[in-house]
Design a protein around this ligand. Structure first.
Ligand SMILES: Nc1ncnc2c1ncn2[C@@H]1O[C@H](COP(=O)(O)OP(=O)(O)OP(=O)(O)O)[C@@H](O)[C@H]1O
Ligand SMILES: [Mg+2]
Length: 374
C-alpha cells in the first residue's frame, strides 16, 4: 500500500493564462478560482476548448500562468511571476494518452520517474515504491512484461501507478478514460474513485463527459470560455443549474419560455407556459410580468392515462418514442384543444411507456422545475 498522509488542500485564486497567437494575446483562463479540500475528488467539466487542460497544466507546472496564485497546503506553487518547477510540486499527473514508455517494461515505467532528477530516490526505495504502486492498480503480476503488451485499460492503470509512485499530495487527471471503450470506462470510473478514496488523495479531474463528472466527484466546477460558471455537488449541479448553459451542458434538459403572472409569499409563482397557468418555484428578483425559462429534466416528467387532480398537468400527444434499452425517450406535443402549443422530451421505464400517437397527460411537479430568469 502506498503510504499517504492524506491529500493536500489545493487553492487556485484568480488564475490567468493567455497564449500568444500571431503577436496577439489570447486569454484562455480568465480568473479561475476554486479550492479542493484534502482528500476530495474535484472535477473541471466543460466543452472542448474551455480551458480545462490549460488550468490543469498550470497546476502541474507544465505551463506558467500569467496571473493569480496556486497553493498546495502552505506551499505557494505559482504567483503568476514565480513558478515552482513541476518536479518540486508534489503532484502526480495522468494524461489522456497515458504517455507510457513503449520501449520499457511495466516495472521500468513505474520506477523510472523515481530515479531521475530531483525526485531521485535510493534504488531500493524506488523499486519498493514502484512495486507498491503496481500492486495498487493490480498490475504487479505484469511487472516484467513490455508496456506495449498491455490492454488499453491496463495501460491506463499503469499511467495511474506511475503518477502514484511518487506518493504525491495531489493527483491530476486529464480525461484519463476517454481512450477506453464504454464498458471499460464504466469499470475504470469506479476503480479510480475507490482507489482515490482508499488513499485519501486529493484529485483534480478534467473531463467533458458530464456523467463521468457527476458519478465520480465530490464537487464539480463547470467551465465555459475560460471561466468557472458554477461549482456545486453533483446533485445540486444537475437539479439546480445556475443558468441555461449549465442546464444544457450537464445532461438533457427541457427549456420552456414562460411569463410570471403572480407571485406568492412562499417563493412559488403562477407562471404562464404552454398557454396555461402552472405553479413553479420562482427566482427572487423576478416580478409579475417577468420573462423566465422553466427547465426540467426529461426523467422528471410523469405521464398518466387520465388527468390527476394536481397542478401542472397538460394534455399531450406522443409524437415519437425511442427505445434506448434501460429507458425509453419520448417526445410529447402539448395540446390546447387540438392545437399544439409546445413540445417536450420525457424519459421513463420501457415497460411502462406510452406509444406514438397516444393522447396522454403530462405532469410537471413544481419541485421538478428549476426556473431561471430569462
Ligand atoms: N499552446 C497553445 N497555444 C495557443 N493556444 C492554445 C495552446 N494550448 C491551448 N490553446 C487554446 O486554449 C484554449 C483552451 O485549451 P484547452 O486545451 O485548455 O481546452 P480544453 O478545455 O482542455 O479542451 P478539450 O476538451 O478539447 O481538451 C483553446 O482555445 C486552445 O485552442
Ligand atoms: Mg483538454
Amino acid at each position: 500500500m502506498v503510504a499517504q498522509d492524506g491529500g493536500g488542500r489545493l487553492v487556485v485564486e484568480g488564475l490567468e493564462k493567455h497564449y500568444e497567437l500571431d503577436g496577439a494575446e489570447v486569454p484562455v483562463v480568465k480568473g479561475v478560482t476554486f479550492t479542493i479540500e484534502p482528500g476530495k475528488f474535484y472535477s473541471l467539466l466543460g466543452p472542448s476548448g474551455c480551458g480545462k487542460t490549460t488550468t490543469l497544466r498550470c497546476v502541474a507546472g507544465l505551463e506558467n500562468s500569467n496571473g493569480g496564485r496556486i497553493l498546495l497546503d502552505d506551499k505557494v506553487l505559482s504567483t503568476g511571476t514565480e513558478h515552482v518547477s513541476p518536479d518540486k510540486r508534489d503532484v502526480g499527473m495522468v494524461f489522456q494518452n497515458y504517455a507510457i514508455w513503449p520501449h520499457m517494461t511495466v516495472f521500468a515505467n513505474a520506477v523510472f520517474p523515481l530515479q531521475v532528477a530531483s525526485g531521485r530516490l535510493p534504488k531500493k526505495e524506488a523499486r519498493k515504491r514502484a512495486m507498491e504502486a503496481l500492486e495498487l492498480v493490480q498490475l504487479d503480476s505484469f511487472a516484467h512484461r513490455p508496456a506495449t503488451a498491455l490492454s488499453g485499460g491496463q495501460q491506463q492503470r499503469l499511467a495511474l501507478a506511475r503518477a502514484l509512485a511518487h506518493r504525491p499530495r495531489l493527483l491530476l487527471l486529464d480525461e484519463p478514460l476517454s481512450n477506453l471503450d464504454a464498458k471499460l470506462r464504466d469499470t475504470m470510473r469506479s476503480e479510480l474513485r475507490s482507489l482515490q478514496q482508499r488513499l485519501g488523495i486529493t484529485a483534480l479531474y478534467v473531463t467533458h463527459d458530464q456523467s463521468e463528472a457527476l458519478s465520480m466527484s465530490d464537487r464539480v466546477a463547470v467551465m465555459h470560455e475560460g471561466r468557472i460558471v458554477q461549482e456545486a455537488a453533483p446533485r445540486d449541479l444537475y437539479y439546480q443549474p445556475a443558468d441555461r448553459f449549465v442546464a444544457d451542458f450537464v445532461g438533457r434538459v427541457n427549456m420552456i419560455p414562460a411569463v410570471v403572472r403572480d407571485r406568492s409569499a412562499n417563493g412559488d409563482a403562477l407562471v404562464e407556459a404552454f398557454g396555461t397557468r402552472m405553479v413553479t418555484p420562482c427566482p427572487s428578483g423576478v416580478g409579475t410580468g417577468g420573462d423566465v425559462t422553466i427547465t426540467f429534466r426529461p426523467e422528471s416528467v410523469r405521464w398518466h392515462e387520465t388527468a390527476p387532480d394536481r397542478p401542472n398537468v397538460f394534455p399531450a400527444r406522443v409524437a415519437r418514442v425511442e427505445f434506448l434499452g434501460e429507458i425509453v425517450e419520448y417526445e410529447a406535443d402539448v395540446l390546447s384543444g387540438q392545437t399544439v402549443v409546445g413540445s417536450l422530451v420525457a424519459r421513463g421505464a420501457p415497460l411502462n411507456s406510452p406509444a406514438a400517437g397516444d393522447t396522454i397527460f403530462i405532469e410537471l411537479a413544481p419541485h421538478a422545475c428549476r426556473v431561471l430568469a430569462a
